[in-house]
Design a protein around this ligand. Structure first.
Ligand SMILES: *[C@@H]1O[C@H](CO)[C@@H](O)[C@H](O)[C@H]1NC(C)=O
Ligand SMILES: *[C@@H]1O[C@H](CO)[C@@H](O)[C@H](O)[C@H]1NC(C)=O
Ligand SMILES: *[C@@H]1O[C@H](CO)[C@@H](O)[C@H](O)[C@H]1NC(C)=O
Ligand SMILES: *[C@@H]1O[C@H](CO)[C@@H](O)[C@H](O)[C@H]1NC(C)=O
Ligand SMILES: *[C@@H]1O[C@H](CO)[C@@H](O)[C@H](O)[C@H]1NC(C)=O
Ligand SMILES: *[C@@H]1O[C@H](CO)[C@@H](O)[C@H](O)[C@H]1NC(C)=O
Length: 567
């Protein structure tokens, strides 16, 4: 029996786009400011309609017919409501005597590994990220105390493994203590063929010479599929002595133990349990009603219990010291509130949020990376890259359930791009100096490519595109991309990318294929980048004026100029 929960921050819309042979390579990051009022956009409604149509057409099929799931979408620029939601209850849950019979946005799901994001979030709220390069043994000294000399296997180097290594899946320590250890006669062994199941469990008769003292005593499922949680001290002592997978800071390798240790380190730092820390630092400030770091106090009519049974679903298993890795429970509404607070930097400084969303290590492909708790996927939309920050969760056993939480750092450019080219560009138009004699103006358009395009930039009668910026070539394109330097609500900042378009190099070429970042703000005026522009916007996000920041000059945009794009 499976269940699935998906909370998507926003939806990514057109993921392909016409690509010309020549282009200006984009900068990393969104090409437009985040859209407001996404739920009422036709393109958003169309996209969610397509998704819903697909789901409805498949509800009778496996695995949907045996899966209770909720989908919620939210955005930081809209209020507390979900932009979109969809819930499905499978027959077993519908008729169960335990928990809910009908899933909605307040239904409580087990989050499994999405918890890892909550653990990192708690640490960032409690202590920021200044101590992230300290070894974890500074926070859990028992890791060094308990470590014994090992003859046969390389143990973890606790004084080298940093908090950041743990959060980034780079600690190189083992994945788990106990969970899938085939030396003990537990659930995992029961899945093996007879001979393996007979010979592998460690006992003097089996001919494998391993000290019985080394067998895991907890942290796994027994043959009745009951989870045996460890006590805190037993777990720390056991993890201290696990065999390593790799040296630290070497290659990403997924590990539950990483996040259990982050939770335990945080508990030591604050002298409280992660359950209480979560309540204090996240649940109360955000007014969450049904999110807990460990098991809720009781099963209620909101609990989603797949298969109608507690044991085989693993719904009620208490994880003890693994709470920081997989112990949380939450609802679609609560996860949306948590996601909004993360993306909106409501509980941590914006600079820390940006670092949280930028620190990555690639896996072997450039399209996939890891972050602090994040599983990051790169997709391509309209000729540029969009990084999806996601976290999935899987049940400990049985047919895995997937809990999937997709966060994006910023709203999709696709929607905005569409809107800009549809003749409703909020920044476009010829924008002139109020002083007509000054002959100072810019013309802003969109053309479906990177950001906003400035086709005219005249200052006191001097054509800057034809003079200063043309030093890059007479075919230079001057484009504006968001720089996040202003608040974004009343004033939106842009920096310029000025490049002549160049041919897209063949795939096998690797050297400087995307050179735009090398020439940002080459030209300045009296210490300020000549490409820096800031638009003042009204409550609807429409620009009312633009500051040519370097020239210390403000041009007024006529409010009627909403139909001036040359698409
Ligand atoms: C779900 O569908 C699969 C095949 O599509 C079927 O084998 C299974 O019995 C169905 N389950 C339920 C609960 O109807
Ligand atoms: C985002 O933060 C701003 C400023 O702190 C606040 O006014 C706004 O209500 C927040 N929005 C959300 C969706 O949390
Ligand atoms: C839970 O649902 C049952 C059955 O519908 C109902 O009798 C009971 O009062 C509900 N409990 C709560 C706390 O709402
Ligand atoms: C303003 O300056 C531009 C660029 O030098 C020039 O082409 C244009 O004729 C000038 N307009 C006026 C009214 O002088
Ligand atoms: C924009 O203006 C053109 C004429 O310049 C007109 O044909 C078109 O319908 C207008 N579009 C909108 C959305 O107002
Ligand atoms: C501006 O947009 C509004 C609504 O989108 C439209 O009614 C109006 O005609 C537009 N103005 C111009 C000048 O195109």
């Amino acid at each position: 029996m499976t269940y699935l929960m998906a909370t998507l921050l926003t939806i990514w819309l057109p993921l392909s786009g016409a690509q010309s042979q020549e282009r200006t390579c984009p900068l990393k990051g969104p090409q437009f400011p985040a859209p407001r009022g996404l739920a009422s956009e036709a393109i958003f409604q169309k996209a969610t309609g397509v998704i819903e149509q697909f789901i409805r057409a498949n509800l009778e099929e496996s695995p949907y017919n045996e899966t209770t799931f909720s989908i919620g979408m939210f955005s930081t620029t809209d209020d507390d409501k979900l932009l979109y939601e969809f819930h499905h209850t499978d027959p077993a849950v519908e008729t169960s005597g335990l928990g809910t019979n009908k899933a909605d946005a307040d239904s409580i799901y087990r989050l499994a590994s999405i918890t890892k994001i909550l653990t990192v979030y708690q640490w960032l709220i409690a202590d920021g990220d200044r101590q992230f390069n300290k070894p974890i043994s500074d926070f859990i000294p028992q890791l060094l105390e308990y470590q014994e000399d090992q003859d046969y296997y390389p143990a973890s180097r606790w004084d080298e493994i940093t908090v950041n290594d743990l959060a980034m899946f780079l600690a190189g320590i083992a994945r788990d203590y106990g969970l899938n250890d085939v030396a003990v006669d537990g659930y995992i062994v029961s899945l093996l063929p007879t001979m393996a199941a007979t010979v592998l469990p460690n006992n003097p008769a089996n001919g494998i010479d391993v000290p019985a003292d080394d067998d895991p005593v907890c942290g796994h499922f027994n043959t009745d599929v009951e989870y045996l949680p460890c006590s805190r001290e037993v777990y720390i002592k056991a993890v201290a002595n696990l065999g390593s997978s790799f040296v630290p800071s070497y290659t990403p390798s997924y590990s539950n133990a990483n996040f259990a240790l982050l939770g335990l380190g945080l508990e030591n730092m604050l002298g409280a349990t992660v359950e209480d820390i979560f309540d204090e630092k996240i649940a109360k400030p955000l007014g969450l009603r049904s999110t807990t770091m460990g098991n809720p106090l009781q099963i209620t009519n909101d609990s989603v219990i797949p298969g109608g049974g507690l044991v085989r679903s693993g719904w009620w298993d208490a994880l003890g010291p693994l709470n920081g890795a997989a112990g949380s429970f939450s609802t679609t509404n609560d996860l949306a509130a948590i996601g909004r607070s993360i993306l909106n930097s409501s509980l941590i400084p914006q600079a820390i949020t940006r670092r949280w969303f930028s620190t990555t290590s690639f896996v072997d492909t450039i399209e996939q990376a890891v972050g602090r708790g994040w599983e990051i996927f790169r997709v391509h939309a309209n000729g540029h890259s969009v990084d999806l920050f996601t976290k999935s969760g899987t049940g400990a056993f049985i047919t895995p359930f997937l809990s999937c939480c997709r966060y994006r750092q910023h709203a999709p450019p696709g929607a905005r791009q569409h809107r800009q080219t549809a003749g409703e560009c909020e920044f476009c138009g010829p924008i002139h100096s109020a002083d007509e004699k000054a002959n100072t103006s810019i013309t802003v358009t969109t053309d479906g490519s990177l950001g906003l395009r400035v086709t005219e930039y005249i200052v006191s009668g001097v054509d800057l595109l034809g003079s200063v910026f043309a030093l890059f070539g007479s075919d230079v394109e001057f484009r504006l991309v968001p720089n996040q330097l202003y608040d974004g609500r009343t004033r939106v900042g842009f920096s310029a990318v000025y490049q002549p378009p160049s041919e897209i190099p063949p795939k096998e070429e690797f050297y400087w294929t995307c050179p735009s970042w090398l020439d940002i703000d080459d030209y300045t005026y009296a210490d300020v980048p000549l490409g820096l522009m800031a638009f003042d916007v009204d409550a609807d996000g429409k620009a009312t004026s633009v500051r040519l920041v370097a020239l210390r000059e403000t041009l007024l945009r006529k409010s009627t100029a909403n139909n001036t794009t040359n698409t």
